[in-house]
Write a protein that binds this ligand. Structure first.
Ligand code: FES
Ligand SMILES: [Fe+2]
Length: 413
């Protein structure tokens, strides 16, 4: 249980807050590249700041404060001219570094233009996503985590906006025991009512769980009933990439779940998946990575509980906009949650001492490609678990799910 001061330190993400300063040391995705294919701007909110993302026909990307420094109209409705954006209201023109290059209605504009600067942030494209960095200079490298760079795979990007704080979503990733209950027993309960398939892998009992910190975060391990420490589930495990990403998957499927802190009470959830059968099947390059929305409420406004991610979202949302940790009752099975909070506080102190926190990368050699560990034979049954993972997870909403199924059938695995 935390007191309200500790709870505030861990959950507030705006500029000037301790956690906001820690999170500003990392790059976060703010859009899929395909979102700017047929429109020049996108409204973005990240770490409590309202921003406009823009790009003119294949030119470089820009990310500026949303509200025009003149009298505050939204630049989301501006027109993009070459590498600049022009405010719709009085035509002030800004480049991607925030400099003002024109003020058409000002007769003596030169002096005023020199004084005006819009807040501008770095933005970089990688693997079909656009990442933003809101922290101090010099900026660290955008991490080249393996899935963003892999060749010869099919990719898709699921997303949704979740009305709750980012930390309760990350705490869920440090809580392996919920899997057998929420995605095992509870999913079985929901599926039985619908006459659907039993989630037999998810029901396996956790005999032992473990957490090890490493260069990029925490490796989670588990021994399941009937298994041993020789299984991939324990020997390899999978990582929580500090501070806001989970890597999960099984044979042929890998997914980053990125929890983008929009503000104190909203999180943009991104599922970035790669599908790659363990065979020689040729996968033609994708023109662009498709983006799809993952629904979690039905037409009556009820939670959709017959798939794994919908169940997770129900628990995150019902914990409240910011889960109240002054009223919780932790047990020994919450050891991962406690570890994650402790790690956040340690890293926050590092930032306050002027040091780089965990996982920040500045060496280009280290950043060529960062291979992260992940079980292949998950739940002692990699290939058979894969069909449960795809049918009972967010992938069921993917526009390429049939192509993915065909791919594995073709590969005979
Ligand atoms: S409010 Fe943008 S130019 Fe006036
Ligand atoms: Fe879960």
């Amino acid at each position: 249980m935390l007191n309200s001061k500790q709870q505030d330190v861990l959950t507030r993400v705006g500029p000037g807050t301790p956690m906001g300063e820690l999170l500003r040391r990392y790059w976060f995705p703010v859009a899929a590249t395909c979102e700017l294919d047929d429109r020049p701007t996108k409204k973005v909110r990240l770490l409590g700041e309202d921003l406009v993302l823009f790009r003119n026909h294949g030119g470089p990307y820009g990310l500026l404060q949303e509200n025009c420094p003149h009298r505050g109209a939204s630049l989301v409705y501006g027109s993009v001219e070459d590498d600049c954006i022009r405010c719709a209201y009085h035509g002030w023109l800004f480049d991607a570094s925030g400099h003002c290059l024109d003020m058409p209605a000002e007769p003596r504009r030169a002096k005023l233009m020199n004084r005006v600067k819009a807040k501008a942030y770095r933005v970089e494209a990688l693997g079909g996503l656009l990442f933003a960095y809101l922290g101090p200079e010099p900026a660290p490298l955008l991490p080249h985590y393996d899935l963003f760079l892999w060749n010869g795979v099919l990719r898709d990007i699921g997303h949704t906006l979740i009305p709750c704080n980012w930390l309760q979503i990350m705490e869920n990733s440090m809580d392996p025991h919920h899997v057998e209950w929420l995605h095992g027993h509870h999913l079985a309960f929901v599926h039985k009512k619908k006459g659907a398939r039993d989630p037999r892998h998810y029901r396996k009992r956790h005999v032992k769980v473990g957490f090890d910190t490493f260069r990029y975060g925490i490796i989670k391990r588990r021994v399941l009933e009937g298994g041993t420490e020789e299984d991939d589930d324990w020997k390899v495990g999978h990582p929580v990439v500090f501070p806001a990403m989970l890597r999960v998957g099984t044979q042929g499927v890998s997914c980053f779940q990125v929890r983008v802190p929009v503000d104190d009470t909203h999180t943009w959830h991104v599922w970035y998946s790669c599908y790659k059968p363990n065979s020689d099947v040729e996968i033609p390059p994708q023109e662009s990575v498709p983006l799809f929305e993952v629904p979690w409420k039905d037409e009556r406004g009820e939670f959709i509980l017959d798939f794994v991610d919908g169940q997770d979202i129900m628990t995150w949302v019902t914990q409240g906009p910011i889960a109240d940790r002054t009223r919780e009752t932790l047990g020994s099975s919450d050891e991962g949650v406690v570890l994650f909070r402790r790690l956040l506080l340690e890293q926050l102190e590092k930032v306050q001492a002027g040091e780089d926190p965990m996982g920040v990368i500045r060496d280009p050699a280290e950043n060529r490609i960062i291979e992260l560990p992940q079980e292949v034979n998950k739940y002692q049954d990699g290939a058979s678990f894969r069909s449960e993972y795809i049918e009972m997870g967010h992938s069921r909403y993917s526009p390429i799910r049939n192509r993915v199924k065909e791919l594995f059938e073709q590969a005979g695995c």
